[in-house]
Design a protein. Structure first.
Length: 240
């Protein structure tokens, strides 16, 4: 106040700026109104697509082209359901078993199943029941592939006709069952998630070996553990 008179210049300025508060409130209400309208309507993406494409071409003119190429070989196999065809599965396993570390393993394609035969000297040390460390790595790799199947698996132990020596096992039956159980436990340790049927046949399947095999190979393969992959149709029949 100057000489008892009010400072009219400052009062006038404050009055002139007061309308901005009301305008701000009005703009806030309008924004809220339009947000509500937008939220109550679905966005038409088809109408926006040309706009998005235009901006993409404008601001990214040197985008790297994507080359389309056919999927072949190993890449194509990764998308096929293994359990859909035993013939397909046989081709995959035959390729796996051809590696040097699987030397001596055999694959048999029967009418209703596949059989992976692992000779005892490939899996066990002489006279041992638990798989050797080198064999555990092989079993782990096999388990990883077979875990993708929905088919039932059986683990079957076999021996040759010669009676067991020593007091550790009462018979060939006990030896074959113990080795089958040890391989099944190795599958479990490798993370195989489904049930496993364990069977000990002793030497009762010795006559099933091919007579075309040499005597040495026949004797070697008689002492084995079979991984049996049962066809899905057989499982359905068992369930019925």
């Amino acid at each position: 106040m100057i000489g008892g008179m009010p400072e009219r210049g400052r009062a006038t300025t404050a009055t002139e700026q007061a309308w901005m508060v009301s305008l701000t409130d009005l703009l806030a209400l309008m924004l809220t109104f339009f947000v509500l309208l937008f939220s109550m309507n679905a966005v038409q993406f088809a109408n926006w697509q040309p706009v998005v494409s235009s901006f993409r071409k404008q601001f990214n003119p040197s985008a790297a082209p994507v080359e389309a190429r056919p999927v072949t070989g190993i890449e194509a196999r990764q998308f096929v359901a293994w359990g859909a065809s035993l013939d397909y599965l046989a081709a995959i396993l035959r390729e796996r078993l051809s590696a040097p570390e699987w030397h001596g393993a055999r694959l048999s394609r029967l009418a209703d199943r596949l059989v992976v035969s692992l000779p005892a000297d490939l899996v066990f040390d002489s006279g041992a029941v638990m798989p050797a460390p080198r064999a555990r790595a092989l079993i782990s790799a096999l388990s990883e592939h077979l875990a993708q199947l929905g088919n039932r698996l059986e683990v079957a132990g076999h021996t040759d006709p010669e009676p067991v020596s020593g007091a550790r096992f009462a018979s060939n039956w006990a030896l074959s069952l113990s080795r089958a159980q040890a391989v099944a436990e190795a599958f479990r340790a490798a993370g195989y998630p489904r049930p496993l049927r364990i069977v000990g046949y002793a030497d009762t399947r010795y006559g099933d070996l091919s007579p075309a095999l040499s005597a040495e190979e026949r004797q070697r393969l008689a002492r084995r553990v079979d991984i049996v992959i049962v066809a899905e149709s057989v499982e359905q029949g068992d369930a019925g």
